[in-house]
Design a protein around this ligand. Structure first.
Ligand code: CNA
Length: 275
């Protein structure tokens, strides 16, 4: 047995016993699909924003900055817009738990909707930082459908210069992803109130756990819950409880290893091969 397999043994046992798993996801579960995360040195978005001429990296997702200059966000949005990227093995592993009625919830910071694309049902997903699914004017809140938004983005030669603009008030339109300076969806808080004491297994994956309030969820998991960190590096307070498992590896490698230990590897590869 490899060191990773040994470490994962209590998690495999818990899944074999029929326990339900809740996920706490970040950008690192999607990097294998080709979507850069924020904070990885060299490859992360923040390391590659120089071309956007921002006062500071986070400004690209800052609501006050967006209201003055939406161009950097829309330059980035073109690269990140859902539709170009397939789910990873890690996403498919979540779906396999759903198929076995062992998925408790998926709290995700990601805006790429890859959990949905992998087939995870709406009732399980809490998109804590919103998604590209809907769009609103930042001034008058008028909704804009996604096809119109995309048409505005494509229209680079027109007077809007590729920036989606409200047909009612001419304000800038933004997808409903949560920017710095904006509140999280109500559902995030109400669902967590219901879930937090009932978590049997918590898998925290691909996140630096730096953005609050999401970052505090793993430490709120009740002491009886088994906590597992799947990440390149150690983050948050994971590792402080005796039962915590630290799987400091690539997310897809851990998904493959778990699938093999559970005898789900053929199914996982089939799902992965379908995209
Ligand atoms: P982050 O701060 O960039 O952290 C990512 C973490 O994942 C780091 O600790 C990395 O070491 C780790 N990591 C990267 N790749 C892998 C991998 N293949 N296997 C294991 N670990 C890996 O990102 P967070 O999600 O923590 O930050 C929260 C922000 C990022 C949210 O508001 C998101 O909206 C935002 N974001 C989302 C996406 C997306 O939707 N895919 C992409 C980029 C940023």
């Amino acid at each position: 047995m490899t060191d990773l397999e040994l470490k994962l043994a209590p998690l495999v046992d818990a899944i074999k016993e029929g326990k339900k798993v809740a996920f706490f996801n970040g950008a690192g579960i999607s990097t294998a699909a080709g979507i850069p995360d924020f904070r990885s040195p060299n490859t992360g978005l923040y390391a590659n924003l120089a071309k956007l001429d921002l006062p500071y990296a986070e400004a690209v997702f800052d609501i006050d900055y967006f209201k003055e200059n939406p161009k950097p966000f829309y330059t980035l949005a073109e690269e990140l817009y859902p539709g170009k990227f397939p789910p990873t093995k890690f996403h498919h592993f979540i779906k396999l738990l759903q198929d076995r009625d062992q998925l408790h919830r998926v709290y995700t910071q990601n805006i790429d909707t890859l959990e949905r694309l992998a087939g995870v049902k709406d009732e399980f997903i809490i998109e804590a930082h919103g998604s590209f699914a809907n769009n609103h004017c930042v001034d008058c809140s008028e909704e804009m459908d996604t096809e119109t938004l995309k048409a505005h983005m494509r229209d680079k030669q027109g007077k809007q210069n590729g920036i989606p603009t409200c047909t009612k008030c001419n304000g800038y339109v933004k997808p409903d992803i949560v920017f710095f300076g904006e509140g999280l969806p109500k559902k995030f808080f109400t669902q967590w109130d219901q879930d937090c004491d009932q978590i049997e297994v918590a898998i925290v994956a691909g996140t630096s756990l730096t953005v609050h309030p999401f970052a505090s969820l793993p430490s709120d998991v009740g002491k009886k819950g088994l906590r597992v960190l799947v990440n390149k590096d150690r983050v948050g307070d994971l590792g402080r409880r005796k039962s915590d498992i630290l799987a400091l590896h690539e997310c897809d490698h851990v998904a493959e290893t778990l699938a093999t230990l559970l005898g789900w590897d053929k199914e996982l590869n089939k799902l992965y091969g379908e995209f």
